[in-house]
Ligand binder design. Structure first.
Ligand SMILES: *[C@@H]1O[C@H](CO)[C@@H](O)[C@H](O)[C@H]1NC(C)=O
Ligand SMILES: *[C@@H]1O[C@H](CO)[C@@H](O)[C@H](O)[C@H]1NC(C)=O
Ligand SMILES: *[C@@H]1O[C@H](CO)[C@@H](O)[C@H](O)[C@H]1NC(C)=O
Ligand SMILES: CC(=O)N[C@H]1CO[C@H](CO)[C@@H](O)[C@@H]1O
Length: 916
């Protein structure tokens, strides 16, 4: 440790003293209840007054449950909680989940905190992942012998918090809950008051102030919508788990807090069950469990919970009647059973080994997929062997439908909650079915959700050998620090068309569950209904598939790349094709004069066998078969067909010729007309993104330049109100940066001499201290928690973009970095469910603490985190971050962007790095 380590100032010293005084009691408590090892660890912890050591931290967390209830330990347990909440992103729960204290204790409503006698008295419950995992895994293990399918209810696998609040006051508000109520654009003022007075708390937070008085309420009550309530809703009897109405059509033209109620009601009563649940084991294996398609009873209605409780009760000794839902032990038992090996998926066409190599060579054949041939093969298997799974059958029927869809007539598949009223278009980025209230973009929770989304998707693809790579804005964000841009609201990935098909066949309509030891993410993999269409067509299906967070509606957009007849646009920023290459392709006989025997593989059957001009003629002859907007679209498309800018190589070619030209030039495209040349993609390189392995295209710079004004320098940057500070390797809001730099020369903050774009190392420490002083808590935790990721990415950049070493040398260093440092990167964000739980717990602690105590705890924990953080930064500064005795001394290899980005980072993004 050097003098750079922050000095503990007087305030902290006092806080520490106070904490230690409290601690005397704690020590007595511990000796009485815990074994010696924990005790020694704990002592050790206080001697060094630091929450750094992992083992210490983990045993501290496990102490939390025990200390929670002992009043004198409020300060210590609050400090532990605050540390875990902000500076630990492991998916460990801070407490345990029990039948009586948790499930049977009413969380809100008229009977709040009441202990129910038995599960028969439950009229609603929160589907805590520990509860659902335990009950359903136990069911799987018990039915190992003849397992066919598992019961399913959306209620058991999603967040129904606000809906449960309504259920909790159902009895006193029975008359309020009508179809009328559900489709009002905003709450009726008196109804909301009546609900909340029974609830004794707010029903929701977002813009709740608008309902606070009649004046502000005026603004929102004036909006109108035009819903045919009779058509969209039925009155039904209310009861446990059921409000007395049934939303049969999803209508989003209401305010967000109303739409939330509608969407949840619709899910419960009218939405199909998924085909399967896929359980991930890290990034190693996927286990696919078939779901009962017809029943949507939850675990109480189906009797599964009752069975679980009875079984556990009979197993336990009489003195301990309290049942714990220890989901991890059920999970680990499940992995050991025979049923797990029966459910494990191996996709025959995929190779899991690709994630063990630096470079992944794709085959040009991966970008063409013969749909007709696949249909034939599956039909044959069905008839001969009768061995198609439900997933195979759903996929087959989708292909048979898709192959007959003319691109001009493909129905829109994905729907977003676009029409939500007074919501600033935020609904545009949420799947309509899984809207779950307005998680504000830019909030910690939103960032955590994005993090969980991409991490789980990556682990899902890795465990199946499915190839996909970062693209568009996602690839751009990866470039700087291996993390999403703070203003991002989704992710974009691309895959070869063949892998889109493999993924669709095996997992379309599966709920993908994250390994519960790593997080509580739950996602629907949803693939569109017209994936055999590979051109833009009517433009309604630019996205082929989505990986959707069912707890928020946020998603990853997935697009397949393939050969097609889409005309090649001329890119203004960067030319993907040389004039020579275009010339050569255009005079190629196979393109110029394709023989009569060459068929355009894009053309399907029926209307899909027609080109757009032929379709136009057909429409004119059969006007009654088409809707007005379809006719208009087809006419528009026919008009522009072939009329390309004079500079496009595809100009004047027939559809078949355009297809052959694209193939000849190795140009592949998505359905939104984004083109890449094959060698821009392959070989892919293995990198890390958000702490998990991720593939990136071969020519990153060219790929980015075709869409963005990528700056050539790795340097200080300002964009969208955020600044990228290369020493921090992180995006910081400009207003936070001003405070950190103390531009106002505030006496209470540290004085800083250097400027943001030439920040000196010592000033960096002062800047971070200022962030602590101004209480920029969310920023600090995001910044600290992503350090291992941003350090990794910095080193990777330094190696990849160093012109002074050969491609082979780079590969050796990258391999070493990836295999030795990569696996140690921690998640840059918390599991959203654990985050919410700890945040709510912290709120309850805040109520018990004085302002002074609270400030002391926060300061204490943050300075400790800073110590830990600064040690790593100092190691980086002193070139000893990495173990120097290994095969490659990573401290020395590559550019020195950390100390000298102004010079060394100049022009590095002007061209693609030479890495193979
Ligand atoms: C809600 O309506 C749908 C469609 O009419 C029906 O299938 C379903 O059984 C109804 N649910 C309830 C709880 O009445
Ligand atoms: C069905 O079984 C045959 C013969 O074992 C096999 O070749 C084929 O791949 C199977 N089809 C599917 C869809 O699993
Ligand atoms: C995915 O499943 C949905 C729902 O069954 C279906 O509409 C769609 O066509 C399927 N897509 C593919 C490619 O199988
Ligand atoms: C609008 C409406 O019907 N409000 C009622 C909600 O329920 C309470 C309690 O039954 C009534 O007092 C309100 O009139």
């Amino acid at each position: 440790m050097s003098s750079l380590i922050v000095a503990i100032d007087r305030k902290l010293f006092n806080a520490l003293k106070r904490l230690k005084r409290k601690n005397v009691k704690l020590l007595i408590f511990i000796t009485a209840t815990l074994n010696l090892i924990l005790f020694v660890l704990y002592l050790h912890h206080y001697e060094h007054s630091s929450l750094q050591d992992n083992i210490v931290v983990n045993s501290l967390y496990s102490l939390f449950s025990i200390m929670q209830d002992a009043d004198e330990d409020v300060i210590t347990s609050a400090a532990i909680l605050y540390h875990k909440l902000n500076f630990n992103t492991e998916a460990k729960w801070i407490n345990r989940y029990y039948l009586h204290e948790n499930l049977l204790t009413v969380p809100y409503g008229n009977r709040k905190n009441e202990r129910l006698e038995s599960i028969n008295d439950l009229e609603f419950y929160d589907s805590d992942p520990r509860l659902s995992w335990s009950v359903y895994l136990n069911y799987l293990i018990n039915n190992e012998e003849n397992f066919e399918e598992m019961p399913f209810s959306w209620y058991d696998w999603m967040d129904f918090d606000m809906y449960n609040k309504l259920l909790s006051v159902r009895h006193s508000n029975e008359n309020n809950f009508t179809c009328e109520f559900a489709f009002k654009p905003s709450f009726d003022f008196d109804t909301l008051k009546s609900i909340e007075s029974a609830l004794q708390e707010r029903l929701f937070e977002f813009e709740h102030e608008k309902y606070d008085d009649r004046n502000t309420y005026q603004q929102i009550s004036k909006v109108r919508n035009n819903v045919d309530i009779e058509k969209s809703c039925q009155t039904v009897p209310g009861g446990p788990f059921q409000l007395p109405f049934n939303v049969t059509t999803l209508v989003d033209s209401v305010r967000p807090e109303m739409y939330f109620i509608n969407a949840k009601n619709y899910l419960l009563h009218n939405f199909n069950n998924p085909i399967s649940i896929t359980i991930l084991e890290g990034g190693k294996n996927s286990y696919r469990v078939n779901i009962d398609q017809h029943d949507n009873s939850n675990m109480i209605q189906s009797g599964l919970l009752k069975q679980f409780v009875e079984e556990q009760t009979s197993k336990q000794s009489n003195r301990n009647k309290n049942i714990e839902f220890d989901h991890i032990s059920f999970y680990e038992n499940f992995l050991k059973t025979d049923i797990a090996s029966k459910l494990r998926i191996e996709i025959p066409y995929c190779n899991k080994d690709i994630f063990n190599k630096n470079l992944v060579d794709l085959s040009i054949d991966d970008f063409a997929f013969d749909v007709a041939e696949r249909i034939k093969g599956l039909r044959h298997d069905l008839q001969t062997f009768n061995n198609l799974t439900r997933h195979d059958l759903n996929y087959l029927s989708s292909l048979e439908n898709s192959i007959n869809i003319n691109p001009a007539l493909a129905p829109k598949y994905f729907n977003e909650a676009r029409n939500i009223l007074q919501f600033k278009s935020l609904g545009h980025h949420r799947d309509k079915r899984f809207f779950n209230g307005p998680t504000t973009e830019g909030s910690v929770e939103y960032a955590d959700r994005l993090n969980s989304l991409i991490r789980t998707f990556q682990k899902f693809t890795i465990s199946n050998g499915i190839v996909s790579w970062l693209s568009h804005g996602t690839l751009y964000s990866h470039l700087y620090d291996g993390l999403a841009f703070p203003w991002d609201n989704d992710f974009d990935l691309q895959m070869p068309i063949s892998h889109l098909h493999y993924m669709a066949q095996y997992f379309n309509q599966s709920i993908i569950l994250e390994d519960p030891r790593e997080g509580n993410g739950r996602f629907l993999l949803d693939v569109g209904s017209s994936i055999s269409v590979r051109t833009k067509g009517n433009g309604l299906n630019n996205i082929d598939a989505r990986f959707i967070d069912i707890d928020s509606g946020i998603y990853i957009d997935i697009t397949g790349l393939s050969f097609s007849s889409e005309p090649i646009p001329l890119n203004k920023r960067v030319s993907l094709l040389t004039a020579d290459a275009m010339e050569a392709a255009l005079v190629d006989e196979t393109v110029k004069n394709p023989g009569d025997d060459i068929k355009n593989p894009e053309l399907g059957a029926e209307l899909a066998a027609l080109t757009i001009s032929e379709l136009k003629i057909y429409v004119d002859e059969h006007p009654n078969e088409f809707a007005t907007d379809q006719k208009k679209k087809i006419a528009d498309m026919a008009k522009i067909e072939g009329k390309l800018p004079i500079t496009s190589p595809s100009k004047g070619l027939t559809q078949l010729q355009r297809y052959l030209l694209n193939k000849r030039l190795q140009m592949v495209n998505c359905r939104n007309g984004h083109f890449s040349r094959f060698d821009m993609i392959s070989p892919l390189s293995n990198s890390y993104y958000h702490g998990v392995p991720a593939l990136i295209p071969n020519k990153v710079v060219t790929s980015l330049l075709k869409e963005y004004n990528l700056p050539a320098n790795f340097d200080f940057l300002v964009y969208e109100g955020r600044a990228f500070e290369p020493k921090m390797k992180f995006w910081i809001s400009v207003s936070n940066l001003r405070s950190a730099m103390n531009t106002a020369k505030d006496q209470n903050l540290e004085y800083i001499e250097s400027t943001p774009d030439t920040l000196s190392f010592n000033d960096l420490l002062r800047a971070i201290k200022n962030l602590i002083k101004i209480g920029s808590h969310d920023y600090l935790s995001a910044f600290f928690n992503s350090l291992s990721m941003t350090n990794y990415r910095l080193k990777e950049l330094e190696i990849m973009y160093d012109d002074s070493i050969t491609a082979d040398e780079k590969q050796i260093a990258l391999q070493y970095l990836r295999t030795t440092v990569g696996p140690t990167i921690s998640s840059p964000g918390k599991d959203p469910i654990i985050y919410t739980q700890e945040k709510n717990l912290w709120k309850s602690y805040e109520a018990k603490l004085s302002e002074e105590e609270k400030a002391d705890i926060i300061l204490y924990v943050e300075v400790n985190a800073l110590n830990n953080f600064w040690e790593k930064f100092s190691d980086l500064y002193n070139n000893r971050l990495y173990d120097a005795s290994g095969e490659v001394n990573l401290n020395e290899v590559g550019l020195d962007l950390f100390h000298n980005y102004k010079e060394q980072g100049m022009n590095i993004f002007a061209k693609d790095p030479n890495i193979n």
